[in-house]
Ligand binder design. Sequence first.
Ligand code: 3PG
Ligand code: MG
Length: 437
Amino acid sequence: MQGQRVLLRVDFNVPLSDGKIVDDSRIRAAVPTIKALLDGGASVVIMSHLGRPDGRVVDGLRLRPAAERLTQLIRVNVPTTGDALGVGTDDAVRRLRPGELLLLENVRFHAGEERNDPAFAERLASYGDVFVNDAFGAAHRAHASTVGVAAYLPSYVGLLMEQEVEALSNLLEKPARPFAAIVGGGKVSGKVAVLEALIKKVDLLILGGGVANTFLVASGRSVGKSLYESKMVDDARRILKLAQDRGVRVLLPVDGVVAKEVTRGTEFKVVSTDKLPASWHMVDLGPASITAIREALAPIKTILWNGPLGVFEIPSFAVATRELAKVAAEKADAGATVVVGGGDSIAALRQLGIAEKMTHLSTGGGASLEFLEGRDLPGLAVVPTAGSPYETLPIVYVAPVKPGGKAAPRRAAAKPKPIIKPSALDDEDDDESDPLA
Ligand code: 3PG
Ligand code: MG
């Protein structure tokens, strides 16, 4: 690494509220790779996206808060550029010395990023001698900074990427049994494929949140005004049938907290899911469901949890999610493998101060779901690693740096075509951690 200029893609797409970072997990998770590169004598040019500015400059989506947070975490000043490209950025990159770093402004301020435009990727690639992708959270996106730049530079994955792939692969390949998946969050759409894949792997599937409402409808209940997706009822029915055929137990809520409105300070009460009132909204699981979950998890040795069980942003409706967080921590303490993904589930663990007890907290929402479905993530596929399942995939360009040698020269020949079309794998998964409301 000594003397190399490393172009490092991270996922600093963190939740912000009034310009403040609500959860810095993704920034923390990038620290080991950043430190390893700086300690190894590299200079590091960091790229990330934040939000969905759609190719325009949006002041509220500048990366400065992330730079400030990273500065606190690594105790090294992290200057940001005003633009991912441009003369000022060219200069700042040229002046970087070994052990120094620089954060490029939000790459999604340029339309070329999400389009995976080769010209934009080539400009970004000119800022590094090698490319390191450590953005697991964005590995399901085939964009210029996650995939495009790999056409121009020798490419590697970072330590976070390695850790994520290892933790999630272990879950799929050799889980200690019994294995339970707990899936919550707002919507079934976007989760059908992962639910189908999980049914083939797990012994127990626990459902909560809006996802559970759609399954309640599929199993013949009416859910009143609760959030559910009428278009997904057939899929839910198919998944229930698949579970039945395979002898997988599916735990649906037996009671729920229903509210007049999905707002703070509204009237709410606990009812059985067999008689959900027509004009109320189910906003959380009830105490009997929480007890049932606790009991069902007692023998479980491996837990995968994605998504809140209720409208987590409203504290009165965060009870089941918080209770589950506590159970997950107890299980982890007792030696179970507990892997958690999705912003709200992790936020619940952090609020209770028990996040660090988990075996693995995935920084990927959509990315971890696609990985668990068994899909190839483009951001991994372009960076072949010996022995990985990806080594047989189409390789754009690989020229390993010889120990003590210089980086391979940048490919000067004809412009390579991106092998993966930008949006080919992009779905509009709005969000794994979407609120119910
Ligand atoms: C995420 O948070 O899911 C990733 O950072 C990718 O962001 P995106 O969903 O806006 O592409
Ligand atoms: Mg997303």
